[in-house]
Design a protein around this ligand. Structure first.
Ligand SMILES: Cc1cc2nc3c(=O)[nH]c(=O)nc-3n(C[C@H](O)[C@H](O)[C@H](O)COP(=O)(O)OP(=O)(O)OC[C@H]3O[C@@H](n4cnc5c(N)ncnc54)[C@H](O)[C@@H]3O)c2cc1C
Length: 437
C-alpha cells in the first residue's frame, strides 16, 4: 500500500497552494481528482468566463463610445471565442500535471472515499496518509423542478458550440448576472428569473442600478414568476405561460462531498460545506478542509481558496498556529457594467453598532467617465466617524480595478485624510479617489 504524509482530495486553487507548501516542507504528497486536473477556476469558472466577459465589455464600451465619435458596429462570434477558450482550458490539465510531476507529487484520477481516518480508497487502490485535506470545491445545485435535469449549468456553457438564440436563466447570484450579460451582449434573447432579492450580499442601491441597466440592454427581468417544469426546450412558468429555449440553472452551488463517505471518519458538514474551526481543521483532527468546500467565513472565490489551502497546509505542518485572518473580501460581478464591493454594507455596519457616514457620488460627471461616456459610474462609501473607509460599493466600467484600491485602503486602515492626499498619476481612475472619500 502506498503511504503518504498528506493526501489532498481535489486539485483546484486550494489544493494547489497546499501542495506547494507541503512539498516545500519535504512532505510526501498525493493529489486525488475525480475529473480533469486543475480545478474550477481555469477550466469552467473565472478564467473562461472572463474571456467571454472581455467580448461583452468591448461591445458595451463601443456602444458608449459611439456617442463620442466611434463609427461602425461590432459583433461577437461565439464559435471563435469558444475556440480560444478551449485552447486555454484544455491546456490546464497538462500544464498542471507536468508541474506536479516535476514536484514529485503522485497523482490519482478516480472516485475516492474514506475508509478510515488514515485510509482512502480509489478505484480499487487503498492509500494511506497521516493527514488529509478535503479541497473538492462546489458543484451546481440541481434545479429542483420536473425536468430540471434538462437545464444546463455554468459548467456546460463552455461546451455550447453555438450561441443559443434564447436563454432563460434561473437565479439571482453573480453567475446568473454575469451570464445574462454575456449572452445578451453576444446576441441571445435573455430572460432572468429572479425569485427573491438579486445579489443579496451587495449594496441594494448598486444592485438597483444594475437591474435598470440590465433591462436597458434588453434582458427581460422577471420577479413575478418561477420556473415550474422543463420539457425538452420548453420552460413552463408558475403562471402556466411557456418560454422556448435553453434553460441555465444558476441557482447556486453546493459542496462536493457526496461520495467521500465523510461520516465514516466523523467529518461533520452542513449545507454550506465541511465544518471547520478557525485553523481549517474539521471535526476529525487528522483531516482539514479548505477552499469552496469548507464552511469558513470566506466567500467562495479563488483568492480565498488559495489562501485557505496554504493556511491549512501550514497548520497541518506546524500544529494549529495560524488562524484564518479577518480580511475584507473584494468581490466583483463581471456584468456590463460590473459592480464591486469590499468591506461592510450599511446593514452589516448597523448590525455591528459602528457609527458611520455614507458618502454617495454620481461619478458619471467626472472626466474619467465622461471620456468613456459611462453614465452608470456611481460610488457609495461607508466612512466611520473616526475617519476610516469601512465599506465601498461601486458600479461602472472601472469598478473592478477601483475596488482593489479600496481593498488596499481598508486592509491598511488608512484614514480618509491620508487617502485624500495620496500621490497618484493623473488622469487615471485612482486620481478620482480623493473626491470619493
Ligand atoms: C462560472 C464560475 C465563475 C466564477 N468566477 C469567479 C471569479 O470571477 N472570481 C473568483 O474569485 N472566483 C470565481 N469563481 C469561483 C472559483 O472558481 C472558486 O472559488 C475556486 O475555483 C475554488 O477553488 P477550490 O480549490 O476550493 O475548488 P475547485 O477549484 O472547484 O477544485 C475542486 C476540485 O475537486 C474536484 N472534486 C470534486 N469532488 C471530488 C471528489 N469527490 N474527489 C476528488 N476530486 C473531487 C473537482 O473536480 C475540482 O477539480 C467562479 C466559479 C464559477 C463556477
Amino acid at each position: 500500500m502506498k503511504r503518504y504524509d498528506v493526501i489532498l482530495v481535489g486539485s483546484g486553487s486550494a489544493a494547489s497552494q497546499a501542495a506547494a507548501t507541503l512539498r516545500d516542507a519535504g512532505k510526501e504528497v498525493a493529489i486525488i481528482e475525480n475529473w480533469t486536473f486543475g480545478g474550477t477556476c481555469p477550466q469552467r469558472g473565472c478564467d473562461p468566463k472572463k474571456m467571454l466577459v472581455e467580448g461583452a465589455e468591448l461591445l458595451a464600451r463601443t456602444e458608449h463610445m459611439q456617442k463620442l465619435g466611434v463609427k461602425g458596429s461590432l459583433s461577437l462570434d461565439w464559435a471563435s471565442f469558444k475556440e480560444r477558450i478551449d485552447e486555454y482550458r484544455f491546456s490546464i490539465p497538462t500544464s498542471k500535471t507536468q508541474h506536479w510531476n516535476e514536484m514529485n507529487i503522485d497523482l490519482y484520477q478516480g472516485e475516492p472515499h474514506f475508509i478510515d481516518e488514515n485510509m482512502i480508497a480509489i478505484d480499487g487502490h487503498e492509500l494511506y496518509a497521516s493527514q488529509f485535506l478535503i479541497a473538492t470545491g462546489q458543484t451546481p445545485r440541481p434545479l429542483d423542478i420536473p425536468g430540471g435535469e434538462h437545464a444546463i449549468t455554468s459548467d456546460d456553457v463552455f461546451d455550447l458550440d453555438a450561441l443559443p438564440p434564447s436563454i432563460h436563466i434561473v437565479g439571482a447570484g453573480y453567475i446568473a448576472f454575469e451570464f445574462a450579460h454575456i449572452f445578451r451582449r453576444f446576441g441571445s434573447d435573455v430572460t432572468l428569473l429572479i425569485r427573491s432579492h438579486a445579489l443579496k450580499a451587495f449594496d441594494q442601491n448598486v444592485v438597483h442600478r444594475l437591474l435598470e441597466e440590465s433591462k436597458r440592454i434588453g434582458i427581460t427581468v422577471r420577479h413575478d414568476v418561477e420556473p415550474k417544469r422543463i420539457d425538452g426546450n420548453t420552460l413552463t412558468l408558475s403562471d402556466d405561460s411557456t418560454l422556448e429555449g435553453v434553460v441555465l440553472n444558476a441557482t447556486g452551488r453546493i459542496p462536493s462531498i457526496e461520495r467521500l463517505h465523510l461520516d465514516t471518519v466523523g467529518v461533520k458538514s452542513d449545507r454550506h460545506g465541511v465544518l471547520v474551526n478557525e485553523y481549517l481543521q474539521t471535526s476529525n483532527p487528522n483531516i482539514y478542509a479548505a477552499g469552496d468546500v469548507a464552511n469558513s467565513p470566506n466567500p467562495a472565490l479563488t483568492p480565498f481558496a488559495g489562501q485557505e489551502g496554504r493556511l491549512a497546509a501550514l497548520n497541518m505542518l506546524h500544529g494549529n498556529t495560524r488562524a484564518l485572518p479577518e480580511r475584507p473580501a473584494p468581490t466583483v460581478v463581471f456584468s456590463t457594467p460590473p459592480i464591486a464591493k469590499v468591506g461592510l454594507t450599511v446593514e452589516e455596519a448597523e448590525a455591528e453598532g459602528i457609527a458611520f457616514d455614507v458618502k454617495e457620488t454620481d461619478m458619471s460627471h467626472f472626466l474619467t467617465y465622461k471620456r468613456i461616456n459611462d453614465p452608470t459610474a456611481y460610488s457609495k462609501l461607508l466612512i466611520s466617524t473616526e475617519g476610516h473607509v469601512i465599506g465601498a460599493h461601486l458600479i461602472g466600467q472601472h469598478a473592478p480595478e477601483l475596488i482593489n484600491l479600496f481593498s488596499f485602503i481598508i486592509q491598511n486602515n488608512l484614514s480618509h485624510q491620508h487617502v485624500k492626499h495620496l500621490e497618484v498619476a493623473y488622469p487615471t481612475v485612482a486620481s478620482d479617489i480623493s473626491y470619493l472619500v
